[in-house]
Write a protein that binds this ligand. Sequence first.
Ligand SMILES: *Cc1c(COP(=O)(O)O)cnc(C)c1O
Length: 229
Amino acid sequence: MAVDNVPPLTSDSPSGLAAVEREISRACRDARRERASVTLVAVSKTFGGDAIEPVIHAGQRVFGENRVQEAKSKWPDLMARHQGLALHLIGPLQSNKAREAVTLFDAIHSVDRASLCDALAKEIVKQGRHPQLFVQLNTGEEPQKAGIAPADADAFIASCRDVHGLQISGLMCIPPVDDPPAPHFALTAKIATRNGLKLLSMGMSADFETAIQLGATHIRVGSAIFGKR
Ligand SMILES: *Cc1c(COP(=O)(O)O)cnc(C)c1O
C-alpha cells in the first residue's frame, strides 16, 4: 500500500466511491494530512442493500444513516453478512429512540439537548455500550435546524461532561446551504480546540475537500458515492 493508506479498492469498485477516495487523497496531500486521519462516512440513507453491498465489497466499512428506523430495517442483515462494519447516526435523534440508537450505532453525530443527553447517559450505563458522541452545532443559527448555537457551545459541552457524565469526542456541523462553508468549518474547529475535542464531523459531497483543509476528521458523503437520492 502506498503512503496514503487508501482502503483497498478493487477494479470493480463503484465509480462514485473510487472518485471520492481519489479526491480525499488529493485533499489530504494538499493539506499535508495523513489519509488515515480522515474517516469517510458513506451516507447510505434511502439506499437499499443492493446499492450498499457493492460499496462494502469495495472496502468501505463506515456508513451513515439519518433515521433510526431505517437503519434498523437495513443494517442488522448487512452486519450479519459482513465483518467489521461501523454505523454512524448523522440525523436527529428523539430521546425515546436513545435505547435503539445506543444498541445499533457506533457513533452519534447529533447530540444537541439536555433531555437527549439524559436519555443517552442512561442507556450507555444500562447497555455498557459507548458510541462515540458528537455535539451538533448550528453554526448558521438557522431556526429550523437542530444544533447548539455557537454562543452556547462551551456551556453545553461542559454540561454533557459534568451534569450527564457523557464523554464527548467531537463536534458536528451542517452549514447553511447558501453560505460558503469554510467559515462554518473554521468556527466549528475553533470551538472544538478550545474545548479539548479532537474529532470534527464536517463536510458533505459538495464541500468535503474544504472540510479536510479545515481539519475534518469525519466527512459525511452520500450522493457523491451512491448517486442522486
Ligand atoms: C444526507 C446527509 C449527508 C450527505 O449528504 P450528501 O450531500 O448526499 O453528501 C451528510 N450529513 C447529513 C447530516 C445528512 O443528512
